[in-house]
Design a protein around this ligand. Structure first.
Ligand code: KG4
Ligand code: ZN
Length: 330
């Protein structure tokens, strides 16, 4: 069974093909250089750029897999969450191909896609497991009981972890997207300052990062001589402390010994290092997607679509984009 999936929820246009759960090709065109000068994604521009790039990427994904469009059995696309104009480009193309070639169509929840990126490295990963989903728009601890059953245990009450990286990068005069920039700066710094870890009472699995961001803002105002690299390192440690303390505590509370990381922030090498250290100490198995499949891509969407398709779960052709789609309303 060959699944071709399209991802266009934000500022990456991507197409990938999997055959029986094995990745054949994955191509991506990032708009990051276009949005960088605005300090964030401009929705109108993003939708237009998806439209310009998508057909080229479709051909490229087929070429790299040495396939023709008729060799595809199922077409899939991200339904949400994301920017509505962007989502519509990928969704319309996948539905159009499905109608014209008379092949089934599968809708994919982008957040479930992020989790499924792990199956690219760990095809035999078994449920149940705990998930730390950390992206630009979401920060959640989930209990994955089965392939389509995700229970939310905790979530951010304000900013997502990736959003905090992006906002603090701006305060530090670093570029967009902020995560990789802060990580790079932190590598040349030392966490000699201490920023607050919010909501750190026992048993509280929610996150809050807006106070941390404000704390960095005031710190910079009051300490203009501080090295950006040291501030970046101290900020990064505070985010990672919150993420890992709560996730490992949740694993203990729920009696789960597997933690799966997902989303753009899971690309952070310091987070990976720290998680590995704690996992060894606590005898917990941890899983990370390959670094290039942590941030948005279509391989993860194709993997999630394959899980549905192999169970014969297809979507109606009038499926619409859902910008605020949640992971738990399945
Ligand atoms: O999952 P993703 O590509 O898009 C969403 O679905 O939101 O996540 C993007 C987020 C951005 O906020 C970006 O700054 C963050 O992930 N990010 C990182 C790193 N790489 C990307 N954060 C920390 N360290 C990184 N290396
Ligand atoms: Zn994403």
């Amino acid at each position: 069974m060959r699944v071709l999936a399209i991802e266009s929820s934000c500022d990456e246009t991507a197409v990938a093909i999997v055959e029986d759960g094995k990745l054949l090709s994955s191509v991506l065109s990032s708009q990051v250089n276009i949005h960088r000068k605005y300090g964030g994604v401009v929705p109108e521009i993003a939708a237009r750029k998806h439209l310009e790039n998508i057909l080229f990427l479709l051909d490229e994904a087929l070429d790299r897999a040495s396939l023709k469009i008729d060799d595809i059995d199922i077409f899939a696309a991200t339904q949400g969450p994301g920017l509505v104009g962007s989502l519509l480009v990928g969704l319309s193309l996948a539905k159009g191909l499905s109608i014209s070639l008379n092949k089934p169509f599968v809708e994919v929840n982008h957040l479930i896609g992020h989790i499924y990126a792990n199956f690219l490295s760990f095809p035999d990963l078994e449920y149940p497991f705990l998930v730390l989903l950390v992206s630009g728009g979401h920060t959640e601890i989930l209990l994955a009981e089965d392939w389509n059953n995700f229970k939310r245990i905790g979530k951010t009450r304000d900013d997502a972890a990736g959003e905090a990286f992006d906002k603090v990068a701006r305060l530090l005069g670093l570029g967009y997207p902020g995560g990789p920039e802060v990580e790079q700066a932190a590598r040349n710094g030392n966490p000699i300052y201490r920023f607050p870890r919010a909501l750190n009472e026992k048993g509280n699995f929610d996150f809050s990062f807006s106070g941390l961001k404000t704390s960095v803002l005031y710190f910079l105002k009051n300490n203009p001589e501080a090295r950006i690299e040291d501030v970046a390192a101290a900020f990064q440690e505070a985010v990672i402390d919150s993420l890992l303390t709560k996730t490992f505590a949740a694993a203990k509370t729920y009696g789960i010994n597997k933690i799966v990381f997902a989303g753009g922030v899971a690309a952070n090498t310091r987070l990976r290092e720290r998680a590995n250290g704690i996992a060894k100490e606590k005898d917990i198995n941890i899983y990370f997607p390959p670094i290039e499949f942590c941030t948005d891509n279509a391989a993860m969407i194709a993997m999630a679509a394959y899980e549905k398709a192999k169970r014969g779960i297809f979507s109606p052709i009038d499926t619409n984009a859902i910008p605020y789609l949640s992971i738990v309303s399945l």
